[in-house]
Design a protein around this ligand. Structure first.
Ligand code: ATP
Ligand code: MG
Length: 602
Protein backbone atom coordinates (compact mmCIF):
# COMPACT_ATOMS: atom_id res chain seq x y z
CA UNK A 1 0.00 0.00 0.00
CA UNK A 2 2.80 2.43 0.95
CA UNK A 3 4.50 1.75 -2.37
CA UNK A 4 1.57 3.37 -4.06
CA UNK A 5 2.38 6.91 -5.16
CA UNK A 6 -1.05 8.11 -4.05
CA UNK A 7 -0.50 7.05 -0.44
CA UNK A 8 3.06 8.30 -0.50
CA UNK A 9 1.88 11.80 -1.34
CA UNK A 10 -0.78 11.70 1.43
CA UNK A 11 1.81 10.39 3.90
CA UNK A 12 4.23 13.17 2.95
CA UNK A 13 1.49 15.75 3.54
CA UNK A 14 0.60 14.27 6.94
CA UNK A 15 4.23 14.10 8.04
CA UNK A 16 4.81 17.61 6.77
CA UNK A 17 1.76 18.95 8.66
CA UNK A 18 2.72 17.20 11.91
CA UNK A 19 6.32 18.38 11.61
CA UNK A 20 5.24 21.95 10.85
CA UNK A 21 2.80 22.09 13.73
CA UNK A 22 5.33 20.55 16.12
CA UNK A 23 7.95 23.07 15.04
CA UNK A 24 5.51 25.99 15.46
CA UNK A 25 4.49 24.69 18.89
CA UNK A 26 8.14 24.29 19.96
CA UNK A 27 9.02 27.78 18.75
CA UNK A 28 6.01 29.31 20.53
CA UNK A 29 6.71 27.52 23.82
CA UNK A 30 10.38 28.37 23.65
CA UNK A 31 9.55 32.01 22.85
CA UNK A 32 7.08 32.15 25.74
CA UNK A 33 9.70 30.84 28.15
CA UNK A 34 12.43 33.19 26.92
CA UNK A 35 10.07 36.14 27.11
CA UNK A 36 9.05 35.15 30.59
CA UNK A 37 12.67 34.66 31.71
CA UNK A 38 13.80 37.89 30.16
CA UNK A 39 10.96 39.72 31.84
CA UNK A 40 11.84 38.10 35.19
CA UNK A 41 15.50 39.08 34.94
CA UNK A 42 14.70 42.66 33.87
CA UNK A 43 12.26 42.95 36.74
CA UNK A 44 14.85 41.67 39.25
CA UNK A 45 17.66 43.79 37.82
CA UNK A 46 15.43 46.87 38.15
CA UNK A 47 14.31 46.02 41.69
CA UNK A 48 17.79 45.15 42.96
CA UNK A 49 19.51 48.06 41.21
CA UNK A 50 22.32 49.10 43.59
CA UNK A 51 21.28 52.70 42.99
CA UNK A 52 17.63 51.90 43.69
CA UNK A 53 15.92 52.10 47.04
CA UNK A 54 15.41 48.40 47.83
CA UNK A 55 19.00 47.34 48.27
CA UNK A 56 19.95 50.27 50.63
CA UNK A 57 16.81 49.66 52.70
CA UNK A 58 17.57 45.97 53.05
CA UNK A 59 21.22 46.67 53.85
CA UNK A 60 20.14 49.29 56.43
CA UNK A 61 18.34 46.80 58.59
CA UNK A 62 20.96 44.08 58.09
CA UNK A 63 22.80 43.20 61.24
CA UNK A 64 20.09 44.53 63.55
CA UNK A 65 18.12 42.28 65.89
CA UNK A 66 15.53 40.28 63.91
CA UNK A 67 16.77 41.79 60.65
CA UNK A 68 15.34 38.87 58.65
CA UNK A 69 11.77 39.68 59.74
CA UNK A 70 12.37 43.36 59.05
CA UNK A 71 13.84 42.61 55.67
CA UNK A 72 10.80 40.38 55.01
CA UNK A 73 8.55 43.35 55.75
CA UNK A 74 10.56 45.55 53.32
CA UNK A 75 10.40 42.92 50.61
CA UNK A 76 6.63 42.48 51.15
CA UNK A 77 6.32 46.22 50.59
CA UNK A 78 8.17 45.76 47.30
CA UNK A 79 6.29 42.58 46.33
CA UNK A 80 4.37 44.42 43.62
CA UNK A 81 7.59 45.55 41.96
CA UNK A 82 9.09 42.08 42.42
CA UNK A 83 6.01 40.41 40.94
CA UNK A 84 5.57 38.18 43.98
CA UNK A 85 2.64 35.75 43.67
CA UNK A 86 1.83 32.12 44.40
CA UNK A 87 4.47 30.94 41.94
CA UNK A 88 7.18 33.51 42.80
CA UNK A 89 8.53 33.87 46.34
CA UNK A 90 11.30 35.75 48.10
CA UNK A 91 13.53 34.30 50.77
CA UNK A 92 16.07 35.82 53.18
CA UNK A 93 18.98 33.41 53.61
CA UNK A 94 22.07 33.66 55.77
CA UNK A 95 25.52 33.86 54.15
CA UNK A 96 25.56 30.04 53.83
CA UNK A 97 22.22 29.87 52.12
CA UNK A 98 20.20 28.71 55.18
CA UNK A 99 16.62 29.89 55.27
CA UNK A 100 15.91 32.71 57.70
CA UNK A 101 12.58 34.13 56.51
CA UNK A 102 10.48 34.41 53.38
CA UNK A 103 7.13 34.80 51.68
CA UNK A 104 6.51 31.01 51.94
CA UNK A 105 8.19 29.43 54.98
CA UNK A 106 7.25 25.86 53.93
CA UNK A 107 8.96 26.18 50.54
CA UNK A 108 11.76 28.16 52.19
CA UNK A 109 12.58 25.25 54.55
CA UNK A 110 12.81 22.87 51.50
CA UNK A 111 14.99 25.15 49.40
CA UNK A 112 17.82 23.36 47.71
CA UNK A 113 21.12 24.97 46.78
CA UNK A 114 20.90 26.20 43.22
CA UNK A 115 23.72 27.45 40.98
CA UNK A 116 22.64 31.04 41.48
CA UNK A 117 22.44 30.55 45.26
CA UNK A 118 25.98 29.13 45.28
CA UNK A 119 27.16 32.18 43.30
CA UNK A 120 25.58 34.44 45.95
CA UNK A 121 27.22 32.43 48.78
CA UNK A 122 30.47 33.13 46.93
CA UNK A 123 29.64 36.84 47.01
CA UNK A 124 28.41 37.30 43.42
CA UNK A 125 24.96 37.92 42.14
CA UNK A 126 23.35 34.75 40.74
CA UNK A 127 21.34 35.77 37.69
CA UNK A 128 21.75 32.80 35.29
CA UNK A 129 18.91 30.75 33.86
CA UNK A 130 19.93 27.14 33.31
CA UNK A 131 17.94 25.34 30.62
CA UNK A 132 17.63 22.09 32.60
CA UNK A 133 15.79 23.73 35.51
CA UNK A 134 11.99 24.13 35.56
CA UNK A 135 12.23 27.32 37.63
CA UNK A 136 14.02 30.62 37.40
CA UNK A 137 15.80 32.24 40.36
CA UNK A 138 17.76 35.33 41.30
CA UNK A 139 20.17 35.56 44.27
CA UNK A 140 21.57 38.87 45.60
CA UNK A 141 24.27 38.85 48.32
CA UNK A 142 24.04 41.80 50.78
CA UNK A 143 26.51 42.88 53.42
CA UNK A 144 26.65 45.63 55.98
CA UNK A 145 29.62 45.65 58.30
CA UNK A 146 30.14 42.08 59.31
CA UNK A 147 26.56 41.16 58.71
CA UNK A 148 25.79 39.29 55.50
CA UNK A 149 22.70 37.80 53.98
CA UNK A 150 21.32 36.63 50.67
CA UNK A 151 18.06 37.78 49.13
CA UNK A 152 16.82 34.91 46.98
CA UNK A 153 13.88 35.13 44.58
CA UNK A 154 12.60 31.87 43.08
CA UNK A 155 9.91 31.65 40.43
CA UNK A 156 8.40 28.21 39.67
CA UNK A 157 7.35 29.48 36.20
CA UNK A 158 3.76 28.28 36.71
CA UNK A 159 2.52 31.05 34.49
CA UNK A 160 4.92 30.13 31.68
CA UNK A 161 4.00 26.48 32.11
CA UNK A 162 0.27 27.08 31.92
CA UNK A 163 0.84 29.42 28.97
CA UNK A 164 2.89 26.72 27.26
CA UNK A 165 0.20 24.16 28.00
CA UNK A 166 -2.33 26.45 26.42
CA UNK A 167 -0.13 26.83 23.35
CA UNK A 168 0.19 23.06 23.21
CA UNK A 169 -3.58 22.65 23.39
CA UNK A 170 -4.08 25.18 20.63
CA UNK A 171 -1.39 23.52 18.56
CA UNK A 172 -2.97 20.07 18.95
CA UNK A 173 -6.33 21.50 17.91
CA UNK A 174 -4.68 23.26 14.99
CA UNK A 175 -2.85 20.04 14.16
CA UNK A 176 -6.10 18.08 13.86
CA UNK A 177 -7.66 20.75 11.72
CA UNK A 178 -4.42 20.99 9.71
CA UNK A 179 -4.30 17.23 9.33
CA UNK A 180 -7.86 17.13 8.14
CA UNK A 181 -7.24 19.88 5.60
CA UNK A 182 -3.93 18.30 4.61
CA UNK A 183 -5.59 14.93 4.08
CA UNK A 184 -8.26 16.39 1.86
CA UNK A 185 -5.79 18.55 -0.05
CA UNK A 186 -3.26 15.78 -0.42
CA UNK A 187 -5.96 13.39 -1.57
CA UNK A 188 -6.95 15.69 -4.42
CA UNK A 189 -3.36 16.64 -5.18
CA UNK A 190 -2.31 13.00 -5.16
CA UNK A 191 -5.17 12.18 -7.47
CA UNK A 192 -4.22 15.00 -9.80
CA UNK A 193 -0.64 13.74 -9.90
CA UNK A 194 -1.21 10.00 -9.89
CA UNK A 195 -4.10 9.74 -12.36
CA UNK A 196 -1.95 10.56 -15.41
CA UNK A 197 0.89 8.48 -13.98
CA UNK A 198 -1.50 5.56 -13.40
CA UNK A 199 -2.95 5.92 -16.86
CA UNK A 200 0.59 6.03 -18.28
CA UNK A 201 1.60 2.97 -16.23
CA UNK A 202 -1.46 0.99 -17.33
CA UNK A 203 -0.87 2.04 -20.93
CA UNK A 204 2.77 1.00 -20.80
CA UNK A 205 1.74 -2.35 -19.26
CA UNK A 206 -0.74 -2.90 -22.07
CA UNK A 207 1.93 -2.04 -24.65
CA UNK A 208 4.31 -4.43 -22.91
CA UNK A 209 1.61 -7.12 -23.27
CA UNK A 210 1.48 -6.44 -26.99
CA UNK A 211 -1.74 -4.33 -27.10
CA UNK A 212 -0.34 -1.86 -29.57
CA UNK A 213 -3.76 -0.50 -30.52
CA UNK A 214 -4.11 1.07 -27.04
CA UNK A 215 -3.62 4.86 -27.12
CA UNK A 216 -2.53 6.32 -23.75
CA UNK A 217 -4.74 9.27 -22.79
CA UNK A 218 -2.94 12.59 -22.30
CA UNK A 219 -4.31 14.52 -19.27
CA UNK A 220 -2.12 17.59 -19.37
CA UNK A 221 0.68 19.23 -21.28
CA UNK A 222 3.08 19.12 -18.32
CA UNK A 223 6.09 16.79 -18.04
CA UNK A 224 3.84 13.73 -17.63
CA UNK A 225 1.84 14.80 -20.67
CA UNK A 226 5.09 15.11 -22.69
CA UNK A 227 6.21 11.72 -21.39
CA UNK A 228 2.84 10.15 -22.35
CA UNK A 229 3.09 11.68 -25.79
CA UNK A 230 6.60 10.32 -26.17
CA UNK A 231 5.33 6.87 -25.12
CA UNK A 232 2.54 6.97 -27.69
CA UNK A 233 5.06 7.89 -30.36
CA UNK A 234 7.49 5.22 -29.17
CA UNK A 235 4.65 2.67 -29.23
CA UNK A 236 3.96 3.51 -32.89
CA UNK A 237 7.61 3.15 -33.81
CA UNK A 238 7.84 -0.07 -31.78
CA UNK A 239 4.74 -1.51 -33.46
CA UNK A 240 6.09 -0.76 -36.94
CA UNK A 241 9.45 -2.24 -36.07
CA UNK A 242 7.83 -5.34 -34.53
CA UNK A 243 5.52 -5.74 -37.53
CA UNK A 244 8.53 -5.56 -39.83
CA UNK A 245 10.47 -8.04 -37.70
CA UNK A 246 7.46 -10.39 -37.49
CA UNK A 247 6.97 -10.17 -41.25
CA UNK A 248 10.62 -10.92 -41.89
CA UNK A 249 10.54 -13.74 -39.35
CA UNK A 250 7.49 -15.31 -40.93
CA UNK A 251 9.14 -15.02 -44.32
CA UNK A 252 12.26 -16.74 -43.04
CA UNK A 253 10.26 -19.35 -41.13
CA UNK A 254 8.28 -20.27 -44.24
CA UNK A 255 11.47 -20.30 -46.28
CA UNK A 256 13.19 -22.39 -43.61
CA UNK A 257 10.27 -24.76 -43.17
CA UNK A 258 9.75 -25.50 -46.85
CA UNK A 259 13.34 -25.28 -47.99
CA UNK A 260 14.32 -28.22 -50.18
CA UNK A 261 17.50 -28.53 -48.16
CA UNK A 262 17.21 -30.16 -44.77
CA UNK A 263 18.19 -27.77 -41.94
CA UNK A 264 18.86 -28.84 -38.35
CA UNK A 265 20.07 -26.62 -35.51
CA UNK A 266 21.72 -28.10 -32.42
CA UNK A 267 22.43 -26.23 -29.18
CA UNK A 268 25.82 -26.23 -27.44
CA UNK A 269 24.88 -29.51 -25.72
CA UNK A 270 24.16 -31.21 -29.06
CA UNK A 271 20.37 -31.12 -28.50
CA UNK A 272 18.18 -30.60 -31.57
CA UNK A 273 16.42 -27.23 -31.20
CA UNK A 274 15.20 -26.42 -34.73
CA UNK A 275 14.40 -28.55 -37.69
CA UNK A 276 12.54 -28.05 -40.94
CA UNK A 277 10.09 -30.27 -42.79
CA UNK A 278 12.69 -31.68 -45.19
CA UNK A 279 14.97 -32.67 -42.29
CA UNK A 280 12.03 -34.31 -40.48
CA UNK A 281 11.30 -36.36 -43.57
CA UNK A 282 14.97 -37.25 -44.03
CA UNK A 283 15.44 -38.49 -40.46
CA UNK A 284 11.89 -39.88 -40.06
CA UNK A 285 10.95 -37.38 -37.34
CA UNK A 286 7.24 -36.88 -36.78
CA UNK A 287 6.26 -33.54 -38.24
CA UNK A 288 2.90 -31.95 -37.59
CA UNK A 289 3.54 -28.28 -38.27
CA UNK A 290 6.44 -28.65 -35.86
CA UNK A 291 8.88 -31.34 -34.84
CA UNK A 292 7.48 -33.92 -32.38
CA UNK A 293 10.13 -36.50 -31.47
CA UNK A 294 13.32 -34.49 -32.09
CA UNK A 295 14.85 -35.42 -28.73
CA UNK A 296 15.85 -38.79 -30.15
CA UNK A 297 18.12 -37.10 -32.72
CA UNK A 298 21.10 -35.50 -30.99
CA UNK A 299 24.12 -34.19 -32.88
CA UNK A 300 26.22 -37.32 -32.32
CA UNK A 301 23.25 -39.57 -33.23
CA UNK A 302 22.90 -37.65 -36.50
CA UNK A 303 26.61 -38.13 -37.26
CA UNK A 304 26.22 -41.86 -36.50
CA UNK A 305 23.14 -42.11 -38.75
CA UNK A 306 25.01 -40.37 -41.57
CA UNK A 307 28.12 -42.48 -40.92
CA UNK A 308 30.29 -39.38 -40.52
CA UNK A 309 33.39 -39.70 -38.37
CA UNK A 310 33.44 -36.81 -35.87
CA UNK A 311 37.22 -36.52 -36.08
CA UNK A 312 37.11 -36.09 -39.85
CA UNK A 313 35.17 -32.82 -39.48
CA UNK A 314 36.25 -31.51 -36.08
CA UNK A 315 39.72 -30.22 -37.11
CA UNK A 316 38.45 -28.18 -40.04
CA UNK A 317 35.43 -26.99 -38.03
CA UNK A 318 37.56 -25.80 -35.10
CA UNK A 319 39.69 -23.77 -37.50
CA UNK A 320 37.02 -21.99 -39.57
CA UNK A 321 33.82 -22.64 -37.52
CA UNK A 322 32.30 -24.30 -40.56
CA UNK A 323 32.98 -27.23 -42.87
CA UNK A 324 31.36 -29.26 -45.63
CA UNK A 325 31.39 -32.99 -46.25
CA UNK A 326 30.37 -34.22 -49.68
CA UNK A 327 28.86 -37.30 -51.28
CA UNK A 328 27.53 -38.87 -48.08
CA UNK A 329 25.33 -41.82 -49.01
CA UNK A 330 22.36 -42.05 -46.64
CA UNK A 331 19.84 -44.75 -47.53
CA UNK A 332 18.94 -44.13 -51.16
CA UNK A 333 20.09 -40.54 -51.07
CA UNK A 334 23.39 -38.80 -51.70
CA UNK A 335 23.99 -35.71 -49.57
CA UNK A 336 26.33 -32.73 -49.21
CA UNK A 337 26.38 -31.54 -45.60
CA UNK A 338 27.55 -28.15 -44.33
CA UNK A 339 28.17 -27.55 -40.62
CA UNK A 340 28.27 -23.91 -39.50
CA UNK A 341 28.39 -22.23 -36.12
CA UNK A 342 25.54 -19.95 -35.06
CA UNK A 343 24.95 -17.83 -31.95
CA UNK A 344 21.80 -17.74 -29.88
CA UNK A 345 20.66 -16.26 -26.58
CA UNK A 346 19.41 -18.51 -23.78
CA UNK A 347 18.57 -17.16 -20.31
CA UNK A 348 20.35 -13.88 -21.15
CA UNK A 349 23.49 -15.78 -22.03
CA UNK A 350 25.08 -15.92 -25.46
CA UNK A 351 25.66 -19.48 -26.60
CA UNK A 352 26.98 -21.16 -29.72
CA UNK A 353 25.35 -24.04 -31.57
CA UNK A 354 25.85 -25.89 -34.83
CA UNK A 355 23.59 -25.51 -37.86
CA UNK A 356 23.58 -28.37 -40.38
CA UNK A 357 22.39 -27.71 -43.90
CA UNK A 358 21.90 -30.94 -45.82
CA UNK A 359 21.68 -30.64 -49.58
CA UNK A 360 20.18 -33.56 -51.48
CA UNK A 361 22.48 -34.24 -54.44
CA UNK A 362 20.98 -37.65 -55.32
CA UNK A 363 19.98 -36.55 -58.81
CA UNK A 364 23.40 -35.12 -59.63
CA UNK A 365 25.07 -38.06 -57.96
CA UNK A 366 22.98 -40.56 -59.93
CA UNK A 367 23.57 -38.59 -63.11
CA UNK A 368 27.33 -38.62 -62.52
CA UNK A 369 27.12 -42.29 -61.72
CA UNK A 370 25.11 -43.14 -64.83
CA UNK A 371 27.44 -40.97 -66.95
CA UNK A 372 30.43 -42.88 -65.62
CA UNK A 373 28.61 -46.16 -66.19
CA UNK A 374 27.60 -45.04 -69.66
CA UNK A 375 31.19 -44.19 -70.65
CA UNK A 376 32.34 -47.54 -69.23
CA UNK A 377 29.54 -49.34 -71.12
CA UNK A 378 30.27 -47.56 -74.42
CA UNK A 379 33.99 -48.32 -74.09
CA UNK A 380 33.25 -51.93 -73.27
CA UNK A 381 30.70 -52.40 -76.05
CA UNK A 382 33.03 -50.86 -78.65
CA UNK A 383 36.07 -52.75 -77.45
CA UNK A 384 34.38 -56.17 -77.75
CA UNK A 385 33.81 -56.03 -81.55
CA UNK A 386 37.20 -54.33 -82.04
CA UNK A 387 38.92 -57.23 -80.26
CA UNK A 388 37.01 -59.64 -82.55
CA UNK A 389 38.01 -57.69 -85.69
CA UNK A 390 41.64 -57.41 -84.57
CA UNK A 391 41.79 -61.15 -83.76
CA UNK A 392 40.33 -62.16 -87.13
CA UNK A 393 42.50 -59.80 -89.20
CA UNK A 394 45.67 -60.72 -87.26
CA UNK A 395 45.00 -64.43 -87.85
CA UNK A 396 44.63 -63.86 -91.62
CA UNK A 397 47.85 -61.76 -91.65
CA UNK A 398 49.80 -64.22 -89.54
CA UNK A 399 48.92 -67.21 -91.67
CA UNK A 400 49.10 -66.06 -95.33
CA UNK A 401 48.88 -69.70 -96.49
CA UNK A 402 45.57 -70.15 -94.72
CA UNK A 403 42.80 -71.96 -96.51
CA UNK A 404 40.67 -69.62 -98.68
CA UNK A 405 37.56 -70.93 -96.95
CA UNK A 406 39.00 -70.26 -93.49
CA UNK A 407 40.24 -66.84 -94.64
CA UNK A 408 36.73 -65.99 -95.80
CA UNK A 409 35.35 -67.22 -92.49
CA UNK A 410 37.72 -64.95 -90.48
CA UNK A 411 37.13 -61.95 -92.71
CA UNK A 412 33.37 -62.63 -92.51
CA UNK A 413 33.67 -62.54 -88.69
CA UNK A 414 35.50 -59.20 -88.97
CA UNK A 415 32.74 -57.81 -91.19
CA UNK A 416 30.09 -59.06 -88.70
CA UNK A 417 31.88 -57.30 -85.82
CA UNK A 418 32.15 -54.17 -87.97
CA UNK A 419 28.39 -54.31 -88.54
CA UNK A 420 27.87 -54.74 -84.80
CA UNK A 421 30.06 -51.70 -84.14
CA UNK A 422 28.23 -49.70 -86.78
CA UNK A 423 24.91 -50.63 -85.17
CA UNK A 424 26.13 -49.60 -81.71
CA UNK A 425 27.48 -46.29 -82.98
CA UNK A 426 24.27 -45.67 -84.91
CA UNK A 427 22.17 -46.48 -81.79
CA UNK A 428 24.32 -44.11 -79.73
CA UNK A 429 23.89 -41.41 -82.35
CA UNK A 430 20.12 -41.93 -82.28
CA UNK A 431 20.07 -41.59 -78.47
CA UNK A 432 22.33 -38.54 -78.63
CA UNK A 433 19.85 -36.93 -81.08
CA UNK A 434 17.06 -37.58 -78.58
CA UNK A 435 19.15 -36.03 -75.80
CA UNK A 436 19.95 -32.95 -77.85
CA UNK A 437 16.45 -32.64 -79.26
CA UNK A 438 17.97 -33.13 -82.68
CA UNK A 439 15.81 -35.99 -83.96
CA UNK A 440 14.31 -35.42 -87.39
CA UNK A 441 10.80 -36.85 -87.62
CA UNK A 442 8.97 -37.79 -90.80
CA UNK A 443 5.31 -37.93 -89.96
CA UNK A 444 2.85 -39.72 -92.17
CA UNK A 445 -0.56 -41.29 -91.88
CA UNK A 446 -0.68 -44.98 -92.58
CA UNK A 447 -2.83 -48.03 -92.20
CA UNK A 448 -2.08 -49.81 -88.94
CA UNK A 449 -2.88 -53.32 -90.27
CA UNK A 450 -0.64 -52.92 -93.33
CA UNK A 451 2.10 -51.50 -91.12
CA UNK A 452 1.92 -54.55 -88.81
CA UNK A 453 1.85 -56.92 -91.81
CA UNK A 454 5.14 -55.38 -93.03
CA UNK A 455 6.76 -55.79 -89.59
CA UNK A 456 5.50 -59.39 -89.43
CA UNK A 457 6.99 -60.14 -92.87
CA UNK A 458 10.37 -58.64 -91.91
CA UNK A 459 10.59 -60.78 -88.77
CA UNK A 460 9.17 -63.99 -90.14
CA UNK A 461 12.50 -65.16 -91.60
CA UNK A 462 14.30 -64.65 -88.32
CA UNK A 463 11.56 -66.54 -86.46
CA UNK A 464 11.92 -69.34 -88.95
CA UNK A 465 15.72 -69.35 -88.57
CA UNK A 466 15.33 -69.67 -84.79
CA UNK A 467 12.66 -72.32 -85.13
CA UNK A 468 9.95 -70.24 -83.43
CA UNK A 469 6.27 -70.44 -84.17
CA UNK A 470 5.41 -66.84 -85.08
CA UNK A 471 1.77 -65.81 -85.22
CA UNK A 472 -0.06 -62.63 -85.97
CA UNK A 473 -3.47 -61.88 -84.59
CA UNK A 474 -5.18 -58.59 -85.41
CA UNK A 475 -8.09 -57.43 -87.55
CA UNK A 476 -7.33 -56.11 -91.02
CA UNK A 477 -9.49 -53.03 -90.53
CA UNK A 478 -7.49 -51.36 -87.76
CA UNK A 479 -7.75 -47.54 -87.89
CA UNK A 480 -5.27 -45.27 -89.58
CA UNK A 481 -2.32 -44.07 -87.50
CA UNK A 482 -0.10 -41.01 -87.75
CA UNK A 483 3.57 -41.08 -86.82
CA UNK A 484 7.10 -41.66 -87.99
CA UNK A 485 6.42 -45.03 -89.59
CA UNK A 486 10.07 -45.98 -90.02
CA UNK A 487 10.94 -45.34 -86.37
CA UNK A 488 7.80 -47.10 -85.11
CA UNK A 489 8.80 -50.06 -87.26
CA UNK A 490 12.27 -49.92 -85.65
CA UNK A 491 10.57 -50.16 -82.24
CA UNK A 492 8.44 -53.18 -83.17
CA UNK A 493 11.38 -54.92 -84.84
CA UNK A 494 13.51 -54.47 -81.72
CA UNK A 495 10.72 -55.78 -79.47
CA UNK A 496 10.05 -58.75 -81.77
CA UNK A 497 13.76 -59.48 -82.14
CA UNK A 498 14.07 -59.40 -78.32
CA UNK A 499 11.21 -61.89 -78.10
CA UNK A 500 12.99 -64.12 -80.58
CA UNK A 501 16.45 -63.64 -79.07
CA UNK A 502 15.38 -64.33 -75.53
CA UNK A 503 13.26 -67.37 -76.26
CA UNK A 504 14.70 -70.86 -76.55
CA UNK A 505 14.56 -72.39 -79.97
CA UNK A 506 11.10 -73.61 -80.87
CA UNK A 507 9.31 -70.96 -78.87
CA UNK A 508 6.00 -69.27 -79.55
CA UNK A 509 5.95 -65.64 -80.53
CA UNK A 510 2.82 -63.67 -81.29
CA UNK A 511 2.12 -60.23 -82.68
CA UNK A 512 -1.33 -59.00 -81.67
CA UNK A 513 -3.16 -55.70 -81.98
CA UNK A 514 -6.54 -54.22 -81.18
CA UNK A 515 -8.25 -50.90 -81.25
CA UNK A 516 -8.43 -48.85 -78.06
CA UNK A 517 -9.90 -45.48 -77.14
CA UNK A 518 -6.70 -43.48 -77.65
CA UNK A 519 -4.91 -45.59 -80.20
CA UNK A 520 -3.96 -49.03 -81.38
CA UNK A 521 -2.49 -51.34 -78.72
CA UNK A 522 0.16 -53.67 -80.12
CA UNK A 523 1.21 -56.69 -77.99
CA UNK A 524 4.28 -58.82 -78.57
CA UNK A 525 4.28 -62.00 -76.49
CA UNK A 526 6.74 -64.85 -76.14
CA UNK A 527 7.13 -67.87 -73.94
CA UNK A 528 10.85 -67.30 -73.49
CA UNK A 529 13.19 -66.96 -70.55
CA UNK A 530 11.41 -63.90 -69.13
CA UNK A 531 12.74 -61.11 -66.90
CA UNK A 532 12.89 -61.13 -63.09
CA UNK A 533 10.49 -58.62 -61.52
CA UNK A 534 13.26 -56.44 -60.02
CA UNK A 535 14.84 -55.93 -63.47
CA UNK A 536 11.65 -54.90 -65.27
CA UNK A 537 11.73 -51.21 -64.21
CA UNK A 538 15.32 -50.91 -65.43
CA UNK A 539 14.87 -52.47 -68.89
CA UNK A 540 14.51 -49.04 -70.52
CA UNK A 541 17.85 -47.80 -69.13
CA UNK A 542 20.68 -47.44 -71.60
CA UNK A 543 22.96 -50.49 -71.79
CA UNK A 544 20.82 -52.35 -69.25
CA UNK A 545 20.94 -56.09 -69.81
CA UNK A 546 19.36 -58.56 -67.44
CA UNK A 547 22.40 -60.78 -67.63
CA UNK A 548 25.39 -59.40 -69.51
CA UNK A 549 26.39 -62.86 -70.70
CA UNK A 550 23.00 -63.85 -72.16
CA UNK A 551 22.59 -60.49 -73.89
CA UNK A 552 26.00 -60.51 -75.53
CA UNK A 553 25.51 -64.15 -76.51
CA UNK A 554 22.35 -62.97 -78.20
CA UNK A 555 24.28 -60.06 -79.75
CA UNK A 556 22.49 -57.43 -77.67
CA UNK A 557 23.92 -54.25 -76.20
CA UNK A 558 20.95 -53.07 -74.15
CA UNK A 559 20.18 -49.96 -76.24
CA UNK A 560 17.16 -51.25 -78.18
CA UNK A 561 14.47 -50.71 -75.51
CA UNK A 562 15.99 -47.35 -74.46
CA UNK A 563 15.58 -46.12 -78.06
CA UNK A 564 12.11 -47.71 -78.30
CA UNK A 565 10.94 -45.83 -75.21
CA UNK A 566 12.29 -42.51 -76.51
CA UNK A 567 10.43 -43.01 -79.81
CA UNK A 568 7.15 -44.07 -78.19
CA UNK A 569 7.32 -41.25 -75.61
CA UNK A 570 7.97 -38.72 -78.36
CA UNK A 571 4.79 -39.95 -80.07
CA UNK A 572 2.84 -39.60 -76.81
CA UNK A 573 2.30 -43.37 -76.66
CA UNK A 574 2.99 -45.94 -73.95
CA UNK A 575 5.29 -48.91 -73.67
CA UNK A 576 5.17 -51.40 -70.81
CA UNK A 577 6.54 -54.84 -70.08
CA UNK A 578 5.09 -57.70 -68.07
CA UNK A 579 7.24 -60.71 -67.59
CA UNK A 580 7.87 -63.74 -65.43
CA UNK A 581 11.13 -65.73 -65.50
CA UNK A 582 10.68 -69.03 -67.35
CA UNK A 583 7.18 -68.15 -68.49
CA UNK A 584 7.65 -65.44 -71.05
CA UNK A 585 7.28 -61.75 -71.69
CA UNK A 586 4.46 -59.50 -72.91
CA UNK A 587 5.36 -56.11 -74.30
CA UNK A 588 2.45 -53.71 -74.79
CA UNK A 589 2.80 -50.66 -76.98
CA UNK A 590 0.07 -48.07 -77.41
CA UNK A 591 0.37 -46.19 -80.71
CA UNK A 592 -1.74 -43.01 -80.39
CA UNK A 593 -4.03 -41.77 -83.14
CA UNK A 594 -2.78 -38.23 -82.67
CA UNK A 595 0.96 -38.11 -81.95
CA UNK A 596 2.51 -35.28 -79.93
CA UNK A 597 5.15 -34.85 -82.59
CA UNK A 598 5.24 -32.07 -85.12
CA UNK A 599 6.36 -32.74 -88.67
CA UNK A 600 9.32 -30.42 -88.79
CA UNK A 601 12.77 -30.99 -90.16
CA UNK A 602 15.65 -30.02 -87.95
P1 ATP B 1 19.85 -54.32 -78.56
O1 ATP B 1 18.39 -54.27 -78.63
O2 ATP B 1 20.47 -53.01 -78.29
O3 ATP B 1 20.46 -55.03 -79.66
P2 ATP B 1 19.26 -55.89 -76.32
O4 ATP B 1 18.17 -56.57 -77.00
O5 ATP B 1 20.06 -56.65 -75.34
O6 ATP B 1 20.25 -55.13 -77.27
P3 ATP B 1 17.17 -54.27 -75.29
O7 ATP B 1 16.34 -54.52 -76.43
O8 ATP B 1 17.22 -52.89 -74.76
O9 ATP B 1 18.67 -54.70 -75.49
O10 ATP B 1 16.73 -55.21 -74.14
C1 ATP B 1 17.29 -55.01 -72.85
C2 ATP B 1 17.38 -56.30 -72.10
O11 ATP B 1 16.08 -56.75 -71.76
C3 ATP B 1 17.93 -57.43 -72.88
O12 ATP B 1 19.33 -57.45 -72.78
C4 ATP B 1 17.30 -58.64 -72.23
O13 ATP B 1 18.07 -59.06 -71.18
C5 ATP B 1 16.00 -58.11 -71.71
N1 ATP B 1 14.84 -58.47 -72.61
C6 ATP B 1 14.26 -57.67 -73.51
N2 ATP B 1 13.19 -58.30 -74.11
C7 ATP B 1 13.15 -59.52 -73.53
C8 ATP B 1 12.30 -60.65 -73.71
N3 ATP B 1 11.30 -60.65 -74.62
N4 ATP B 1 12.52 -61.72 -72.99
C9 ATP B 1 13.52 -61.76 -72.08
N5 ATP B 1 14.36 -60.72 -71.83
C10 ATP B 1 14.19 -59.62 -72.57
MG1 MG C 1 16.84 -55.58 -78.29
Amino acid sequence: MYKNLHYKIILIFVIFTITLMTAICAILVSSAYSFYNKDFLEQMDAAFDPNGSLCPELRYVLGSEGFAERQKEILRAYSGQLGIDSSRNYYILDQNGAFLAGSDSRLGEELEKTENMISAIAGRRGTEKYFWTDYIDYAVPLSSGNAECIIYIKDLQEEAKSFSFMILQITVQALFIGLFVALILSFFLARAITSPVQSLTQGVQKIANGEFEHEIRIYSDDEIGILTNAFNHMKGVLKNTLDEITGERQKFETLFMYLNDAVLAFDNGGRLIHVNKTACMLFSLTFDGEMKNGERLGFSQMLTDLKIDYKSISDKYKETRNCTVQDIVFGEKALDITFAEFRYIEKNEEKRGVMCVIHDITERYELDKSRREFVANVSHELRTPLTGIKGAVETVLEYPTLDVELKEQFLGMAVEECDRMTRIVSDLLTLSRFDNDGMVWKLETFEASAFLDRVYDVMRTEAKNRGHAFEKNYPQNLPMLTGDKEKLQQVLINVLSNAMKYTEEGGEISLEAHEEKNGVAVCVSDNGIGVPAEDIPRLFERFYCVEKARSSDAGGTGLGLAIAKEIIDAHGGEISIESAPGKGTDVRILLPYEPLLKNEEK
